[in-house]
Design a binder for this molecule. Structure first.
Ligand code: PBG
Length: 325
């Protein structure tokens, strides 16, 4: 036999020599929830090991992340006050703005990305302002731009709009530029699907819609051409990084977008993916460590340049120990 593919699999040194996908902790992003209030470190019921922190305690989490070797975090706010138009989102003293001022001062070694959306701040839980029972795209876009600028003013290094309104990347770019933030990048949630994988997040962020669903703005999970169009539009509007979300079940979409555009592409492995692994491991059905490593490696193999994951700290540790990488 001339070709024996098994030859290159015969020992660990050789396997790691010919490995096609290299993983580095530099590309991991860890999502963190901060809430209004004091002395809070509250475990999220459906996401064991993930917590909501008040600002006075979020340092514990930032320190753990930095110590594990994670370099970047993504911040989500859980405000105590919500209203019809989500005014807490762009409040200079809102939960995210205060978190940023504190975190940038105390933990300047980390890179701070903020999720830009209204759903945590609206009383109805939709990702924008309502006109009757539908989300008004253009009114929402103006408020998102205002929100993004207030995040950057408070210290955000990058903003990541997750609302799925049309034209929001362009509007945010213009607003940032007009405020002098020409070098602040935008990571667009370009192909964000209406997904039941977000269930645990909505508990964490208290952001479940009070009526209806998000199908009139987030994408239909049957579609992939539409994801390409969304990414193309976001790039044309000035997105620096494009994102696919969820992760695990959407790797075909990630692969297609990476191949087509060749631009920096992020994958968000979402709350439901975390919870499934945690729950199955808790029942003793799967090996948690191996499952975390395998799923992450497959996400990079499919084309992710950046991985946003609740397992970021664990993964950074596994990479250090040589379990993947
Ligand atoms: C806000 C937002 C959501 C997620 C990220 N940003 C929830 C949603 O769209 O309902 C989901 C993240 C996760 O499930 O981990 N719009």
């Amino acid at each position: 036999m001339q070709y024996r593919p098994r030859r290159l699999r015969s020992c660990a040194a050789l396997r790691s020599m010919v490995r096609e996908t290299r993983i580095s902790a530099d590309s991991l992003v860890y999502p963190i929830f901060t809430a209004d209030g004091e002395n809070i470190k509250e475990e999220i019921r459906s996401m064991p090991g993930q917590y909501r922190y008040s600002i006075d305690r979020v340092g514990e989490c930032l320190e753990e992340a930095a110590e594990a070797g994670v370099k970047s975090v993504m911040l989500f706010g859980v405000p105590s006050h919500k209203d019809e138009c989500g005014s807490g989102a762009w409040d200079e003293n809102g939960v995210i703005q205060r978190t940023l001022r504190y975190a940038k001062r105390e933990y300047p070694q980390l890179y701070y990305i903020t999720d830009v959306c209204m759903c945590e701040y609206t009383s109805h839980g939709h990702c924008g302002v309502l006109d009757g029972e539908t989300v008004d795209n253009d009114k929402t876009v103006a408020l998102l731009a205002k929100t993004a600028a207030s995040h950057v003013r408070a210290g955000a290094d990058m903003v990541a709009p997750s609302d799925m309104m049309d034209g929001r990347v362009g509007a945010i770019r213009r607003e940032l530029d007009e405020n002098g933030y020409i070098n602040t990048p935008i990571m667009a949630y370009s192909a964000k699907y209406a997904s039941s994988f977000y269930g645990p997040f909505r508990e964490a962020a208290e952001s479940a819609p009070s009526f209806g669903d998000r199908k009139s703005y987030q994408m239909d999970f049957h579609n992939i051409n539409e994801a390409v169009t969304e990414a193309e539009l976001d790039l044309a509007e000035g997105a620096d990084i494009i994102m696919v979300k969820p992760g695990m079940a959407y790797l075909d979409v990630l692969h297609e977008i990476k191949q087509r555009f060749g631009r920096p592409t992020a994958l968000y492995s979402v709350s439901g993916e975390y919870s499934m692994i945690k729950a199955a491991a808790g029942l003793g059905y799967i090996d948690e460590e191996k499952m975390i490593c395998e799923t992450a490696a497959c996400m990079y193999r499919a084309g992710a340049d950046i991985l946003i994951t609740y397992f970021a700290k664990e993964l950074a540790g596994f990479i250090k120990r040589g379990l993947i990488g």
